[in-house]
Design a protein around this ligand. Structure first.
Ligand code: GLU
Ligand code: ZN
Length: 315
């Protein structure tokens, strides 16, 4: 009998927090940071930070620096160097080339209106009707070939299934629910779905803990991992924080930024939202004591699908 036991290396947990620097972190992004950090640390894992600034025009000046400074202020120390998507175009291009070789992608010159007019409705609105799928050029617009084209990936109706520890059973048939989706936008920007899949694989991420606003994206990401021959990490989707109007906190809904002051209160609130039950004394402790308690008591089984809102929750 082979008594070989795997070394720590082959069982390494590697998680990440991947904020988009479109503005300051708000309570919803704090919850994602705290959840991913605790799950990694409670599993003796690494926790990486990746700045998702692939959509450069949407980047807010100074936001990346402020996000990193805030994480430090909160006592959340990341492993290794911070990765910036805007420096990684070559990797995304390589992935596109691999898909191109397998004839899995095609150029699409349809206008927004043509796509919006689709009569097929999926889970995120109109499904791309596949107009350019089998045509080298757009069949209806031979005179407009100079229009910048997007690149879409061919999808199929094989079910993509995964079980999320918090959100439960998820199944999608991508071509019916989403349609052939964009990997490279007509405005010359790599799509989030492609960049995130390439980066998670390239950084050897084993566990993705993030907000459930991305739950519908996960099957697309698993599909791309399959096409590119990458491993699929474990996924856990945290409840989404909403405001009094039931809207997801975001820059668009004018969510309050996480403050540099009162950090313990905000961290305790995030922990409570995640169904953990930190004792009130932690509010009078310090960051070290807080994190010690939080890592030791982290129990993802207590997270509920919609989160635990409390009257004193900062939103
Ligand atoms: N950058 C994305 C966001 O801030 C998160 C991506 C991810 O965690 O996969 O919403
Ligand atoms: Zn098209």
């Amino acid at each position: 009998m082979n008594q070989y036991k795997p070394t720590a290396d082959s069982t390494t947990y590697r998680g990440r927090f991947a904020p988009s620097p479109t503005g300051s972190l708000h309570f919803g992004s704090l919850v994602a940071a705290v959840g991913s950090y605790l799950d990694a640390r409670a599993n003796q894992g690494e926790w990486l930070v990746r700045i998702e600034n692939i959509d450069t025009p949407r980047e807010a000046p100074g936001a990346s620096r402020d996000i990193l400074a805030l994480l430090e202020k909160l006592g959340m120390h990341w492993d290794g160097e911070v990765v910036y998507q805007h420096e990684r175009h070559a990797l995304y291009r390589e992935a596109l080339a691999m898909l191109e070789k397998q004839k899995l992608i095609y150029a699409c010159t349809c206008s927004r209106k043509e796509i919006a007019d689709s009569s097929i409705i999926g889970i995120e609105g109109p499904v791309y009707p596949g107009t350019c799928r089998n045509a080298q050029n757009h069949p209806h617009r031979p005179h407009q070939q100079s229009r910048q084209s997007a690149i879409r990936v061919r999808t199929n109706n094989q079910p993509i299934v995964f079980i999320d520890p918090v959100q439960g059973y998820v199944e999608q048939r991508i071509s019916k629910d989403i349609g052939d989706f964009v990997l490279y936008r007509a405005d010359g920007i790599f799509a989030y779905q492609l960049a995130v899949v390439v980066d998670d694989a390239e950084q050897a991420i084993t566990h993705v803990v993030r907000g459930a606003d991305l739950l519908n994206s996960t099957p697309r990401q698993i599909y791309l991992q399959q096409l590119l021959g990458y491993a699929t990490p474990a996924y856990l989707h945290l409840p989404v924080v909403t405001n009094a109007q039931g809207e997801k906190l975001s820059k668009q809904t004018f969510a309050a930024p996480v403050s540099q002051f009162n950090v313990l209160f905000q961290l305790v609130s995030a922990l409570r939202f995640l169904g953990q039950e930190p004792p009130a004394e932690l509010l009078d402790s310090n960051l070290e004591t807080f994190w010690q308690w939080a890592i030791m008591h982290w129990n993802p089984a207590n997270i509920t699908a919609t989160g635990i809102s409390q009257p004193d929750c900062i939103k």
